[in-house]
Structure formats: C-alpha cells, structure tokens
Write a protein that binds this ligand. Structure first.
Ligand code: AMP
Length: 297
C-alpha cells in the first residue's frame, strides 16, 4: 500500500513519572504519536525498529487505526525512554534512554513509502534522517522534527537535514538553542535561512506560531485544565498538522495547525496514548469548533 505519509522515527516503551503518578513501559515514540494523530485524516506508514520484547497488543492497537506497519524491522531490542516531569509540564528531564537501539538503526524505505506525497522525519538521530533523505525521490514534501540533544551533539548533521526539509517543527527552546536568537521571530527567520520554507514553533501551553515565505500565523493552545502527561504532545501536534495537510492536498495550513493543536490537547489528558485511543474524529471536529469560538473576535 502506498501511504499518503511515510513517517520514520522512534517506536518506544516509555516510563513516565509525574508528581502525581508513574507508568511503566507504555506505548510511545515519536513515530507512534505522529502516526496515530495523522491517521485521523490520512493513510500513514511507519518505518522504525522494535525488538522481540515489543508487546503484540501494541501492534494490534496500532492496526486499529489502519497504520501501515510494513516498514517495521525487528532488531535486538525496543527503544526505551524514561522521563520525569515537574509541576510544570514543560519542565521535563530524561532519566534514561537506550540510544544504542536507534544509533544502529538503518532505515530502509520501500518503493511505495519513498514515493508517498509526504515524508515525516520524526525525532531520531539526524544521521538516520539523512539516510532517509538519500532514498526519497525529491518530489515529496518533507517535514521534520528534532530535539535539544541533536542540536547539542549533532548540529552539523542537523543543519544538513534542514537544507532538505520543507517544513520544520521545533519547540521554542530548541529554536533559540539552534539559532542563538532569543527573539522567536528572529530565530524563525534564521531557521528559514537554513532551508525550510515553513517553520512551526511550538510554545507548549502558550500555543504555536508559524513563519514562512507567505505566512505569519499565531494561535494560542486549547485551554486545558487537565494536563496529566505532556509526552507526545509535540509529535501528535505534528501528526495532526501533516495528516490534515495531506488530506487537503497541501492547502489550508492554518486549519491544519488548529487540527494539530486540538489533537495535542487530547493527548495530554492522560498518559501515553490512553486518551487518544478513545478519541474519535467527531471528538476532534467538536473541539475544533470550540477552538474556533474561543479565538474568534
Ligand atoms: P514529545 O513529548 O513529543 O517530545 O515526544 C516524546 C517521545 O519521544 C517519547 O515517546 C519518547 O519515546 C521519544 N523520545 C525521547 N527521546 C528520544 C530520542 N533520543 N530519540 C527518539 N525518540 C525519543
């Protein structure tokens, strides 16, 4: 099956600690959150690596959303990440990460994945992103995400990927760290000069702004009383944006940004994918309308 979007990233077993609770080995990973969110609007295929320790029930769960798993490889073990949050959900520490699983990951995309209209480089090492970029045709729209670790340790490779990325997602601290600009508009403009045509800066509970050749757009986050676990908010936001854009043939970026924000707002209501597992397209459209009313003036 040729998916609309081929996503490459981590498929993880996450252990998450918050001041209120702790969960162990739940389904996570950048590609998983992304694909789940995008699947509300488009056909998505994931390329990634899991180990024999990856629970069968998680594979079944992903197939309930028709996420194509032909690109999954079984290696020695599954990627695991442990994170701890403070009272502020934006305040997160990585306690442990088994980076070796992804260090040795050599993504190989099938012919069909390579020719999908959208390629999403979910957060993994820029070295792996470059391997993906060397396989694709060039007619796809390439979107990408990264994290502070790669800006710190692999900046040269990251800048190389940025030359090939059309639409880049970063959070505000990453945008500042990458460019050494404290003003976010200036930081956004610097990132545009590295290659992307559009930069999407995520500001957590303060919303998001988009800067591009012909767009400057800013919206707040959906006001959320219950933030139980912020893990995956960024990836599910990107999934909503790209999934919706693919459905709309690349049009309606503003609406896509709101769709992404709505899905991320559901994601944070419970640990891992637990809330999104129950969210329907109707729930998303309902909250989209609420969002419209909240921001209209
Ligand atoms: P987000 O909260 O959107 O930034 O993404 C959280 C997800 O990123 C978790 O499910 C983790 O498994 C995954 N993750 C954390 N660190 C890494 C890493 N170094 N490489 C790839 N994925 C990671």
């Amino acid at each position: 099956m040729k998916p609309d979007i081929a996503a490459v990233g981590s498929i993880a077993l996450d252990t998450i600690k918050t001041p209120q609770a702790e969960v162990q080995d739940i389904l996570g990973g950048s590609a998983v959150y992304f694909a789940w969110a995008a699947s509300y609007f488009s056909k998505v295929g994931i390329t990634g690596v899991i180990g024999p320790d990856f629970p069968e029930e998680y594979l079944k769960l992903l197939s309930t959303r028709s996420i194509n798993l032909d690109g999954l490889k079984v290696g020695d073990k599954t990627f695991r990440w442990t994170g701890e949050y403070g009272e502020n959900p934006d305040d997160r520490k990585t306690l442990s990460v088994c980076q070796d699983v992804l260090e040795n990951f050599n993504p190989e995309l099938s012919e069909e994945y390579c020719s999908s209209d959208y390629i999403f480089l979910a957060n993994i090492n820029p070295k792996s992103h470059l391997k993906v970029l060397s396989q694709i045709k060039g007619s796809n729209l390439v979107a990408g995400d990264t994290m502070d670790l790669w800006i710190e340790t692999e900046k040269t490779l990251l800048l190389k990927t940025l030359r090939r990325i059309d639409m880049m997602f970063l959070n505000e601290s990453e945008a500042r760290q990458l460019t050494n600009e404290s003003n976010l508009i200036k930081a956004g403009r610097s990132i545009l000069s590295y290659g992307p045509k559009t930069v999407i800066v995520k500001k957590g509970e303060n919303g998001v702004f988009v800067l591009g050749e012909d767009i400057l757009f800013s919206i707040p986050a959906y006001p959320q009383e219950t933030v139980r676990d912020a893990t995956g908010a960024g990836d599910s936001f990107a999934g909503g944006v790209i999934g919706f854009l693919a459905q709309e043939n690349g049009e309606n970026l503003r609406k896509a940004i709101v769709m992404g924000s709505v899905i991320a707002s559901f994601c944070v209501e419970d640990f891992g994918l637990r809330r999104l597992e129950k969210v329907t397209k109707e729930d998303i459209m309902g909250r989209f309308e609420e969002f419209r009313n909240l921001t209209r003036f």
